[in-house]
Design a binder for this molecule. Structure first.
Ligand code: BTN
Length: 233
């Protein structure tokens, strides 16, 4: 079911409310305008009306809660693989950004409630200009392909891919990881990240079968489950 709103503060908040009222698995909340769109780590998410896509999907995962964290990578892969099908050279920036040639095209914000996961997705679809401070970091489908793409069609295809991959995630995670490895934006790159307050620099080796980032520092190999912003150096 698609719930279409002209304006709201954040589709993630709307989705949480619908989830608490029993909305079913796969319910999508999409809006033309967010007045308080949120990114990760408290950042603001700007999505220009008519040009971007901002929506949230309510998932009621059919797998143990301990595996819900897998949905970050699964969502990034659902978006990246859908974009690849329309000839956008998208890759997954672990754990849940989608990049094209080193620039961000999609941001993902996952939030859990007691019995649901809210998957918030923001995509730069037909955006031509970004604010100066992020123009070197962001891209869009229009900028990558030279043509506008119908936002409704993209929304339908991403939601279908997300439901397909998330519903089969418990059995097929290693297959999904295998695909992500071939489209991983970080593999072989030197990156810096902060882990429990400590700055770490290392080379990304791969993504493990269970979805962790494997990083080689000068001293040791680290298996990273969660990290704040990862910067490519
Ligand atoms: C990030 O990269 O920091 C995550 C950005 C997530 C933005 C989307 S837009 C739809 C949904 N509603 C929100 O308030 N945030 C997410």
């Amino acid at each position: 079911m698609f719930i279409r709103l002209t304006e709201c503060e954040s589709t993630n908040d709307e989705a949480k409310q619908h989830a608490s009222q029993g909305a079913e698995h796969g319910t999508v909340i999409v809006t033309e305008k967010q007045t308080a769109g949120r990114g990760r780590r408290g950042a603001v998410w700007h999505c220009p009306p008519e040009l971007g896509l901002a929506f949230s999907v309510i998932l009621r995962p059919n797998m143990p809660r301990a595996l819900w964290h897998r949905l970050s990578l699964v969502t990034a892969w659902a978006v990246a693989s859908t974009l690849q099908k329309i000839h956008v050279n998208a890759s997954v920036k672990w754990p849940n950004d989608v990049w094209v040639h080193g620039k961000k095209i999609c941001g993902i914000l996952l939030e859990s409630t007691a019995d649901a996961v809210i998957v918030g997705i923001g995509i730069n679809v037909n955006v031509k200009d970004f604010p100066e401070d992020i123009s070197h970091l962001a891209t869009s489908i229009l900028l990558e392909t030279g043509s506008e793409y119908p936002r409704d069609l993209l929304l339908e295809n991403i939601v279908a891919a997300l439901l397909h991959y998330s519903d089969s995630c418990e059995e097929n995670f290693s297959e999904i990881i295998h695909s992500i490895r071939s489209s991983c934006a970080l593999t072989d790159h030197i990156v810096s990240l902060t882990l429990q307050g400590e700055k770490i620099i290392g080379r990304v080796k791969t993504i493990s079968d269970s979805g962790e980032l494997i990083l080689e520092t000068q001293e040791k190999t680290l298996t990273i489950i969660q990290a704040d912003e990862i910067r490519v150096m």
